[in-house]
Design a protein around this ligand. Structure first.
Ligand code: ASP
Length: 376
């Protein structure tokens, strides 16, 4: 049954009950309580949410689901989950040990949304704090603002008692940066007068060792994690070190509402990993939530969002030999009934996302929009 049908059913059922008991003027716009529905609790995330444990016993989605099932606030549970990934140096795309920017500095972006209270918070280009998602949550809870950036975000975190470190690099992230720095400086800034292969492709090859295969995960990586409890409360969080070797100060899609994350407690949630600029130009998470509102299921809504990105990708440097986008981007979508899907521009061996339900956690295939690979 689609979300719209469930919603109509709930409203119709409640209205029928009211019709028997209430005078006619009670009928107008249905109060929110009439649309509240029970949902199947679930936590979904990018694949890293069921890969890393930071030396503990649980993955991000396992911990978040367990806490949600125990009645904890959904966002508190999700942030505790992604903290595992942020703190784990093995994940080189998020938090501590994330890939640094062009100056060798790890700059982090994150945002979160709390559906029941309609609040959100974000940080961008934050240095020195391993868990930017927690700072984003503090911005949400303790300020009247949504987004704090750079030194201001760091000062805010310091004032709240977050530990500020000089350097979030690990030996591994520093080595990756040095590799890149030695080989790629001339290509780092786009030359508008020259037809060049897509910058990320070049960087990916170089990061892999000059003659390596293009690997999108060499330059991209993030965690988006969304969850819903049995009362239908929806929350989400996205946290990242952003595009590897980015120009210092570059902010990607991850901390931007509507791009890296968007949700509406009555409708559903969507969040993203992959090429942030393509997502930003289309505010695709917002778009996907609007498609859910129109009655699409999570898979169709996600694929329609990817199609919008594909249609708006027209620059030659961003197209492969088939005239299709030469980058990867994924969305993780859930609706207000607890139905969910993960969608991807292309399928590849890494095209999985993480799901945790009462049946446990698993990595399941993303639904691809296009055949082949970005580099075909
Ligand atoms: N979307 C992130 C960004 O563009 C990076 C990624 O997910 O790969 O900053």
């Amino acid at each position: 049954m689609t979300r719209v049908n469930r919603r109509e059913f709930v409203i119709a059922g409640a209205a029928a009950g009211l019709a028997a008991a209430a005078p006619r003027q009670a009928f107008g716009r249905a109060p929110a309580v009439l649309t509240r529905q029970s949902a199947k609790p679930v936590v979904i995330s990018s694949a890293n949410g069921n890969r890393f444990r930071n030396g503990g016993t649980e993955t991000c989605v396992e911990l978040a689901f367990r806490r949600i099932a125990a009645g904890d606030d959904v966002l508190d549970s999700l942030v505790a989950g992604v903290n595992i990934i942020e703190l784990d140096p093995e994940d080189a795309s998020v938090g501590y040990g994330g890939r640094p920017n062009a100056d060798g500095i790890v700059q982090l972006d994150a945002c979160c949304m709390h559906g029941p209270t309609r609040r959100a918070g974000g940080v961008a280009a934050l240095e020195g704090v391993r868990t930017p998602s927690s700072v984003a949550q503090a911005v949400m809870r303790q300020t009247d603002h949504h987004l704090l950036v750079g030194p201001g975000a760091q000062a805010f975190a310091r004032n709240l008692g977050f530990e500020i470190e000089d350097d979030l690099n690990t030996d591994r992230s520093r080595r990756l940066w040095l590799d890149w720095k030695r080989r790629t400086d001339p290509q780092h800034y786009l030359d508008p007068d020259r037809e060049i292969a897509r910058r990320d492709v070049e960087i990916g090859r170089l990061a892999a060792g000059l003659d390596g295969e293009y690997r999108d995960d060499e330059v991209h990586g993030t965690i988006n994690c969304n969850g819903i409890n049995s009362a239908g409360q929806i929350c989400g969080v996205t946290t990242t070190s952003g595009l590897a070797w980015k120009i210092p100060g570059r902010v990607g899609d991850s901390p931007i509402l509507g791009a890296g994350l968007y949700l509406d407690n009555a409708v559903g949630a969507a969040g993203s990993t992959g090429r942030g600029e393509a997502n930003l130009y289309n505010l695709t998470s917002f778009l996907i939530v609007e498609y859910l509102r129109q009655g699409m299921n999570p898979k169709d809504a996600g694929l329609a969002g990817l199609r919008r990105i594909q249609e708006n990708t027209i620059e030659r440097r961003l197209l492969n030999s088939r005239g299709l986008p030469n980058f990867g981007v994924n969305f993780y979508v859930l609706d207000a009934g607890g139905e969910y899907a993960g969608v991807s521009m292309y399928a590849s061996q890494n095209s999985r996302y993480a799901v945790c339900t009462e049946n446990g956690a698993a990595l399941v295939p993303l639904e691809p929009l296009l055949d082949g690979s970005p580099s075909d």
